[in-house]
Design a binder for this molecule. Structure first.
Ligand SMILES: *[C@@H]1O[C@H](CO)[C@@H](O)[C@H](O)[C@H]1NC(C)=O
Ligand SMILES: *[C@@H]1O[C@H](CO)[C@@H](O)[C@H](O)[C@H]1NC(C)=O
Ligand SMILES: *[C@@H]1O[C@H](CO)[C@@H](O)[C@H](O)[C@H]1NC(C)=O
Ligand SMILES: *[C@@H]1O[C@H](CO)[C@@H](O)[C@H](O)[C@H]1NC(C)=O
Ligand SMILES: *[C@@H]1O[C@H](CO)[C@@H](O)[C@H](O)[C@H]1NC(C)=O
Ligand SMILES: *[C@@H]1O[C@H](CO)[C@@H](O)[C@H](O)[C@H]1NC(C)=O
Length: 456
């Protein structure tokens, strides 16, 4: 239902925006060579691929240098002793340049000295999604040819990293497949779902497509794919609905693509900011939220993967496992990264009804909340709490017992028990730290405590 609705709105918006969009193919002269921008296509002219490769370097991160066919790669600023990042966009409903391209190029060049090649296939990617999908093989061949030229220059396959957005992630997979899975890395930013969820691994992104394949999932219930497609698959906030994205169709275009585009914004943020986006292997998002996955011992041998450019996502193991689902929470806005802490409450005596306790962490400037639910007849309940400052900067915690009031029976007016908290990842040799006494929580009342954890 929602998908149908989204599609309809997309078509209406496409038509409206096409009527108002003007041609925007500007070129400037800067630093010796001509700057080339992305092309602009529209519905009627979107029938040729017209692929352009635009090179961006550290010395001119805002000026795309067109790599011409044939000997072009020899006759441009490409530096074969540096690593190369290739960016591939996805379906462009409106036939326009992706708004995030500049931000991503800048973020990459800000964090590393590399060659960045942005693939402009605006013409083949517009009009209708199914026809963009039909152009994928031809596009992948064209990118493969470029890579073959790079390899002929002496560039090593392992130094090539393809970053594919949405449909571009599957293009990256195909390119990697054409190169026998020997390219260094592929990052899929919310790999497209429609037409790919049931495709064979040869047709879509899969762990065999490069030495290291990772995917960041943010809209797995709509435009993104819901199955794991890499060695490591990040399911951000469960991989479906993102905090800070509008939940109502009245928000228009932003409602349609906010979740899907969040993968790109997260990635850009991870490159620009030093705060970590660490994720934890788990069977499901619910298990993760319920505190069942607290470390990275299995299968990552104590190293937790993190979003960004670290080699193998910071996972120190020789042979990578495949399709490992990892989970993390984020804040609603940039820089998105949060710290995860386990919070636990142990009842002094078990109850014959469910117990809910709201936990809030306060720092000087932040306030973050989670709700612990203790099932009936059980002694303990736990939950993850995401907070934007480290646990050591949390100076106060409040606990609020929320009685289950039913009109035929009143719940107890207070509960007694013990509160514990611990930052993730939980090392096997470290126990959680608890407040050293039993607390009495009257119903619906905030009870505050200082949380005595010092910064290391
Ligand atoms: C590329 O080739 C043209 C002519 O073949 C030459 O004028 C130009 O200087 C070359 N550019 C670079 C960057 O080497
Ligand atoms: C290519 O990059 C290397 C490593 O940073 C640098 O030493 C070299 O000067 C660069 N070559 C050119 C032609 O810029
Ligand atoms: C891209 O796909 C569309 C739809 O199938 C087709 O009309 C168009 O010719 C294709 N472009 C190329 C360059 O093959
Ligand atoms: C929080 O505020 C207190 C009192 O103003 C100050 O001493 C402390 O350094 C602050 N902590 C942080 C992490 O800013
Ligand atoms: C606890 O475990 C971690 C990870 O295994 C290890 O690095 C650390 O040295 C251990 N600490 C102690 C006190 O054993
Ligand atoms: C808290 O309650 C538990 C369970 O009744 C009891 O074993 C423990 O001694 C109490 N702890 C403190 C510090 O009072």
């Amino acid at each position: 239902m929602v998908e149908d609705l989204k599609r309809k709105v997309l078509i209406v918006l496409t038509v409206l925006l096409l009527l108002s969009s003007a041609q925007a193919g500007s070129t400037d002269r800067l630093s010796g060579h001509q700057c080339t921008d992305f092309q602009t296509a529209n519905f009627l002219r979107g029938s040729k691929l017209k692929v352009q490769f635009l090179l961006f370097t550290h010395s001119s991160p805002s000026c795309g240098e067109l790599i011409l066919a044939d000997d072009g790669i020899k006759n441009c600023s490409f530096n074969s002793s540096l690593e190369t990042k290739i960016i591939i966009h996805g379906f462009r409903a409106l036939g326009t340049k992706p708004s995030w391209i500049e931000g991503l190029v800048h973020a990459i060049l800000h964090s590393s000295q590399v060659n960045v090649i942005a693939v402009d296939w605006i013409y083949g990617s517009t009009a209708a999604y199914p026809s963009a999908v039909e152009n994928v093989t031809l596009l992948a061949l064209s990118i493969s040819q470029l890579i073959s030229k790079l390899l002929a220059l002496g560039v090593s396959g392992t130094s090539i990293h393809i970053i594919g957005v949405s449909l571009g992630a599957h293009v990256a997979g195909l390119v990697g497949h054409f190169h026998g899975g020997q390219l260094g890395r592929i990052t899929g930013l919310d790999p497209a779902g429609p037409k790919y969820t049931r495709a064979s691994p040869e047709e879509r992104l899969d762990p065999g497509d490069a030495l290291f394949v990772e995917a960041i999932h943010t809209d797995a219930d709509n435009f993104g794919i819901r199955i794991p497609v890499g060695h490591i698959d990040y399911f951000v906030n469960g991989g479906r609905d993102q905090p800070g994205c509008p939940r109502f169709i009245s928000a228009g275009y932003k409602y349609l693509i906010c979740d899907h585009m969040r993968a790109v914004h997260l990635y850009v943020s991870a490159l620009k900011h030093s705060c970590l986006m660490v994720a934890f292997p788990c069977a499901s998002h619910q298990d993760f939220l319920n505190g069942r996955c607290l470390d990275c011992v299995d299968p990552f041998l104590y190293s937790c993967p993190r979003i960004g450019l670290q080699e193998q996502a910071g996972v120190n193991m020789r042979k990578l496992p495949k399709e490992v689902k990892v989970y993390l929470m984020t804040s609603p806005s940039a820089p998105f990264c949060v710290h995860h802490s386990l919070v636990e409450f142990h009842l002094q005596k078990t109850r014959n009804t469910v117990t809910s306790i709201e936990i809030t962490f306060f720092s000087n400037s932040t306030k973050d909340t989670a709700k612990i639910t203790i099932p009936k007849h059980q002694e303990m309940g736990k939950r993850l709490l995401a907070h934007s400052v480290p646990l050591c900067q949390i100076n106060r915690v409040t606990l609020k017992y929320l009685p289950k009031s039913q009109f035929w029976r009143k719940d107890e007016s207070f509960i007694v028990g013990k509160f514990c908290a611990a930052p993730l990842p939980l090392a096997s040799n470290r126990t959680t730290s608890c407040l050293p006494w039993n607390l009495t929580l009257p119903s619906k009342t905030d009870i505050s405590y200082e949380l005595p954890t010092a910064c290391a």
